[in-house]
Design a protein around this ligand. Structure first.
Ligand code: HEC
Length: 399
């Protein structure tokens, strides 16, 4: 009897949780599919991106089929059946590099007869596939399924019509390219921008959290006059929109010579990161047991000792959560970087926004650039996701 009860209740539980599971799977797919699409697209050669969607990446190249259907009968499966028109001869195929030329040739008559006899001519798309297939049979270069060219182009900031690797091989050094690894860090590209983003983000993450840890401890465990008022002001500061301060601060920076320097952005992000960080640190430290600190003080511990021996180790989850949020915020920030750094030290978001406007047609580069800029946040997120969830709760549960 009891056996069947257990079974029934577990079945019930399974079905009760179904909607939740489905929702989670749905959310996961909503996130995963575009991400994979972006990754796959960024790895495909431009020609393929322009031909079909990323989900076709594993589809068989259509050329073989079309060739057999339209041409195989007379020219043979490997193209060498008619000796006077050997399709595996590169010299013959070189004359018809494009589908238009191929179609034109097929329309011409041979000995007063239509080239293809009573067969129908292939469509433009099929002709393009056949042209690719002919190139393959003649041992010529075929466009690969996947390539790193988009990434290389994005990293070096290549602005030409071909691609960086080919141009370098063709000896286009005259066009101002170095064509070696040092070009990866030239100021036009995402490579340099990646490093600039790191230079901006790391101090802009560490500094506010460091100060917030000190201030949070002070607000939680130091008894000083006016601390409630100060804390209330701090909470109020969080509502000030960042945009409001752009003009006064950039004028101040102009006087101090900080415009266009990393110091400027570090200070700005530190200033704007602090109110929330202090608020969160104070709340977190304030919930630690009072006895712990009091017994430490009784044992003769100074505030400094209590801070770095007790408070910091215990507050690690809060610090990690803060670090993740601040990191993501600064990494994805465009406004502050644009106003205070601009093109002087371009960061990734700046470079990407440049690509959108100046390379309307070159969005294969954009996919690669976007993925490059996603990479680090994704690593950070997956490495620290435990803290991520806890951090969200830390802000929400204790007020
Ligand atoms: C009905 C038979 C037949 C079919 C079908 C056919 N060909 Fe041909 N093709 C010929 C013959 C015959 C020649 C002429 C050989 C010669 O000139 O000696 C020829 C010549 C050629 C040549 C050489 C032209 C040159 O400039 O020398 C090419 C390229 C070629 N065919 C491509 C194709 C392609 C691509 C297809 C399929 C879309 C195709 N042919 C379908 C019979 C055919």
């Amino acid at each position: 009897m009891s056996q069947s009860k257990i079974t029934r209740s577990s079945i019930n539980r399974f079905f009760n949780r179904m909607p939740l599971h489905l929702a989670v799977i749905g959310l996961m797919l909503i996130w995963l599919i575009p991400t994979i699409g972006l990754l796959v697209t960024s790895l495909r050669p431009v020609q393929s991106i322009n031909t079909n969607g990323w989900w076709m990446v594993m589809a068989a190249p259509p050329g073989m089929e079309s060739y057999n259907q339209y041409c195989g009968e007379c020219h043979g499966p490997d193209g060498s059946k008619i000796e006077t028109a050997d399709l595996s001869d590169p010299a013959v195929i070189e004359q018809y590099p494009r589908s238009i030329q191929l179609l034109g040739m097929l329309r011409q008559e041979i000995d007063g007869q239509p080239h293809m006899g009573d067969l129908e001519l292939p469509s433009a798309q099929e002709a393009a596939d056949i042209a690719a297939q002919l190139k393959k049979m003649a041992g010529g270069e075929v466009t690969p399924r996947l390539t790193l060219n988009n990434y290389i182009d994005a990293l070096v900031g290549y602005r030409g019509t071909n691609n960086y690797v080919d141009d370098c091989e063709a000896g286009a050094q005259a066009a101002g390219m170095n064509c070696n690894i040092s070009d990866l860090l030239n100021p036009r590209g995402m490579g340099r921008a990646f490093i600039n983003s790191l230079i901006v983000t790391i101090p802009a993450t560490i500094l506010p959290i460091l100060f917030a840890a000190f201030a949070g401890y002070a607000f939680a465990w130091l008894d000083f006059k006016g601390r409630y008022w100060l804390f209330a002001i701090l909470v109020g500061l969080q509502v000030i929109p960042l945009q409001m301060t752009l003009v006064p601060i950039s004028r101040l920076y102009a006087q101090l010579g900080l415009n266009g320097t990393f110091w400027g952005v570090w200070l700005f992000h530190t200033g704007f990161g602090m109110p929330y960080s202090i608020y969160l640190m104070r709340n977190f430290l304030g919930t630690l047991p009072r006895d712990l600190f009091e017994s430490a003080y009784l044992d003769g511990a100074s505030h400094w000792t209590a801070f770095y021996k007790l408070a910091i180790p215990l507050a690690m989850p809060a610090i990690a959560a803060l670090a993740i949020f601040q990191f993501l915020w600064v990494w994805n920030d465009l406004l502050v970087a644009l106003v205070f750094l601009g093109g002087k030290h371009p960061v990734m978001t700046y470079q990407i926004s440049n690509m959108v406007s100046s390379l309307g047609a070159g969005w294969h580069l954009l996919t690669a650039a976007a993925f490059l800029s996603m990479l680090l946040p994704m690593i950070v997120f997956f490495a620290f996701q435990r803290y991520f969830v806890r951090g969200m709760l830390a802000g929400a549960v204790k007020g």
